[in-house]
Design a binder for this molecule. Structure first.
Ligand code: ATP
Ligand code: MG
Length: 303
């Protein structure tokens, strides 16, 4: 069923490996599925394919345990093996374009996971984003990925390669369709113990965000539960029953779920608008289907 509306695109990006892009992409996707949305996911990290692995693990786990949980429409982009960089980029672009075209009009949300380094597809994905999420860990190294910071005064001295990439994507986006990218930095793997260093990083992030024109959202604490959920392909939004988890849920599951809910709410995703469009599209479809069944010209059926 085509609803004739393009999906809201959420991109996970950060040129720092292991900051939590794939974990956040997967959790957001599953959260939106449970809200009743049609969600598509694209894994552009053709080397690691962590998001694809999550999705494969989920399919295997639910099949083996005869569970019923929702799934996204998933695409992963294989590594291209053309004769030249230019040829590879052309092939990658074509695969990416096909995947986007396939879900266009069908999906309410399209979530794109990118690798922890700059590629042609990373740049392309960023310029397609409506919402860009950059998870950062509480460390000066992570902050360095966004901007050059004086370690003593914590003053911003200049912007990083990645922030420049986002600025270019924002300009490109503005010139293509006049829309802005809502860039949200989310703190991830936050230590449970507050420290001087952590507070310094936190205030550094706030400062950098103001200068870069992005928002900061409170994120997720460091919790072992994420490591145990990965091999099962589950998230903290899936039922916390023993038969789903294959074991007993902990307080950590519940707290992590609460944190993710706060994060989603801080993202201000257009969920209400999407739901209204979906209801309108369903009503229109029912009207047409009813009219067609009664042999009436299009749109003249009674609802
Ligand atoms: N809040 C968290 N608490 C504990 N572990 C976490 C948390 N978030 C992510 N992790 C773990 O950190 C590791 C890296 O996470 P993830 O793969 O999501 O990062 P990434 O940014 O996608 O990495 P890459 O750049 O390599 O693609 C994983 O083992 C994941 O389970
Ligand atoms: Mg990843």
């Amino acid at each position: 069923m085509a609803f004739g509306e393009s999906a809201h695109v959420i991109v996970l990006g950060n040129e720092k490996g292991g900051s939590g892009k794939s974990t956040t992409a997967f959790h957001l996707a599953v959260y939106l599925l449970y809200q009743g949305f049609n969600v598509a996911t694209i894994d552009t990290d053709s080397r690691q394919q962590t998001l694809t692995q999550y999705i494969t693990n989920r399919r295997n786990w639910v099949r083996e345990h005869d569970l019923s949980v929702p799934h996204t429409t998933h695409f992963h982009l294989p590594r291209t093996k053309g004769d030249s960089i230019r040829e590879n980029e052309r092939l990658e672009f074509e695969l990416f374009r096909q995947a986007v075209a396939e879900v266009e009009g069908e999906a309410d949300f399209l979530i794109v996971d990118t690798p922890g380094f700059d590629t042609h597809l990373t740049r392309l994905s960023h310029s397609l984003a409506d919402t860009l999420i950059t998870p950062v860990n509480d460390s000066l190294i992570d902050l360095d990925v966004l901007a050059k910071i004086d370690p003593v005064t914590m003053e911003m001295r200049g912007i990083s390669h990645y922030s420049r990439l986002v600025q270019r994507a924002r300009k490109e986006r503005l010139s293509i369709d006049g829309r802005t990218i809502d860039w949200v930095i989310t703190r991830n793997r936050i230590s449970m113990l507050s420290s001087r260093n952590m507070r310094a990083v936190q205030s550094g992030i706030e400062q950098v965000a103001t200068r870069l024109g992005c928002r900061v959202a409170d994120g997720i604490a460091e919790r072992v539960v994420f490591r145990s959920l990965f091999p099962l392909g589950l998230t903290v939004f899936d039922p916390l029953e023993d038969e789903t988890l294959g074991g007993v849920a902990t307080m950590s599951h519940v707290s992590a779920r609460q944190e993710y809910r706060h994060l989603v709410s801080a993202l201000n995703l257009p969920m209400r608008q999407r739901a209204e469009r979906r209801m309108k599209a369903h009503a229109e479809w029912a009207l047409h289907a009813n009219g067609a069944e009664a042999g009436l010209p299009e749109g003249q059926g009674s609802a």
